[in-house]
Design a protein around this ligand. Structure first.
Ligand code: NAD
Length: 443
């Protein structure tokens, strides 16, 4: 391998994780090639357009294309020829037929790359995979690569948050690399040298521990969200206020306030599928009871969606048929256009299936939402979406919705009724403007 400073990096899979990684590594000074099997995506990236919404990434991509350090391809031979270090960033979605992870894309990435690896090369997985996957892939890589055992594989899970992808990649809160190979460790250390010098913790573990770090982190975060949402369920029937409860809990620094916001619950391309894949893997390993609590975490999360629909139904008198409903939000969270397992869209689609005329507005995710749910109606502004509404549901807490003016919204709706699915609004303020305000976990 060439010297660390001149290391050339290939990023395989240029979705949310890979495109962000490729642009950031180029920004850090590496020569980078991004590879994807999706030709349209590669064409877009080559022409400086990011195929999804991630704050700051458009500018970073454009600037780095200009430097000549950042390239894109669909050709594995070209990538293998170019790079000394390959990062696997392809998707690991939930399988159609079970909760387990669908590993066909990571398997295929290794199988397509390996035959082209003729010189000593390091391959590092960054996708989220079930524990045990990396060891199997390492053996497969060595078996298929002309370089044999000199093609080495480690696993370094990625922790970036969509919406903060650029910041999180340039300034990661930790780097974990699973490997027992000094060469793999050296390559990954070289990649993050600047960050490690600035204090980012660098942990070297075995493959299994590295794989588990990621899924257990997501299991913990999902559990924390469902914990406060379980408290919201209890608060609703006990006459308590879960917002005050969460605030009081947050001052205990053993608990902390992050991920303790009660509301519609989690969604997206990571937490839901990761906890299900984790349970499926535990089952395969014969330790199913160890993670059976995650089944309840998932169930609590799903119940919040049903509860949100119930509150809206109560507000309009018990029946959605023929009613006009506005849904604010389609992305699974603000500052993203990712609609994978989006709670907002799930609720919107269910209400539409119950006979309502549902109009959705989202600042960034309209195009994706329209493709996935053509049965819904879409508007290109909050006010247009809210026109003649019998009830408005705020389901993704974009700043635009948090800052909505109740008087202005009141001027277009048929009835001033709002369900705040994210506890994002000030109830006193909205009620003072004549709105009937309902939220999860509060009276
Ligand atoms: N999105 C996140 O915020 C995030 C954060 C941490 C970890 N992860 C993990 O990273 C992985 C990728 O997630 P994502 O959100 O970027 O997914 P994504 O669906 O946005 O991107 C995956 C990309 O891989 C490409 N691909 C599929 N098979 C390929 C192959 N054989 N060769 C080359 N490219 C191929 C697809 O065309 C797609 O562009 C997942 O395991 C996910 O759990 C994601």
């Amino acid at each position: 391998m060439v010297e660390a400073e001149r290391m050339r990096v290939c990023v395989i899979g240029t979705g949310y994780l890979g495109a962000t990684t490729a642009a950031c590594l180029s920004e850090m000074g590496f020569e980078v090639i991004g590879l994807d099997v999706d030709e349209d995506k590669i064409d877009m990236l080559r022409s400086g357009r990011v195929p999804f919404y991630e704050p700051g990434l458009d500018e970073l991509l454009a600037e780095n294309l200009k430097t000549g350090r950042l390239h894109f391809t669909t050709d594995f031979a070209e990538a293998a020829d170019f790079a000394d270090l390959h990062l696997i960033c392809v998707g690991t979605p939930q399988r159609d037929d079970s909760g387990a992870a669908d590993l066909r894309y990571v398997n295929s990435a290794v199988e397509c790359l390996a035959p082209h690896l003729k010189r000593p090369t390091v391959v590092v997985g960054r996708s989220t995979v079930p524990v045990g996957t990396a060891a199997t892939l390492a053996a497969r890589l060595a078996a298929l690569a002309p370089a044999g055992e000199e093609a080495e594989l480690g696993w370094s899970p990625e922790f970036l948050r969509e919406g903060f992808g650029v910041e999180d990649t340039l300034r990661p809160n930790r780097i974990v690399i699973g490997t027992n190979s000094p060469r793999v460790e050296k390559a990954v250390r070289a990649l993050w040298q600047q960050q490690v010098d600035e204090g980012t913790p660098f942990l070297v573990t075995d493959l299994q521990t590295a794989e588990l770090v990621k899924v257990s982190a997501n299991a913990f975060l999902a559990t924390k969200i469902s914990f406060i949402n379980a408290m919201a369920e209890v608060s609703e029937v006990a006459g308590a206020d879960v917002i005050q409860l969460a605030e009081a809990l947050s001052y205990d620094d053993r608990i902390g306030g992050k991920f303790l916001g009660p509301g519609l619950g989690f969604g997206g391309g990571c937490l839901p599928k990761d906890i299900r894949a984790f349970m499926a893997r535990a089952d395969e390993l014969g330790v199913e009871p160890a993670l059976s609590f995650l089944r309840e975490v998932d169930a609590i999360n799903q119940r919040r969606r049903a509860r949100t629909i119930d509150i809206a139904r109560q507000l309009i008198g018990g029946n959605f048929a023929g009613r006009t409903v506005t849904v604010l939000g389609a992305a699974f969270k603000p500052n993203s256009d990712d609609i994978r397992d989006s709670p907002a869209l799930d609720v919107a689609a269910t209400i539409a299936s119950l006979g309502a005329h549902v109009t959705v507005y989202d600042p960034q995710a309209l195009e994706r939402a329209r493709e996935a749910h053509p049965e819904l109606n879409y508007a290109t502004s909050m006010l247009d979406a809210a026109r003649d509404a019998d009830v408005v549901l705020l389901l993704t807490e974009w700043a635009e919705f948090r800052e909505a003016n109740p008087e202005e919204l009141a001027s277009v709706v048929a009835q001033k009724r709002i369900v705040d699915g994210r506890n994002a609004l000030d109830p006193t303020f909205w009620r003072a403007s004549g709105w009937t305000y309902r939220a999860l976990g509060r009276q």
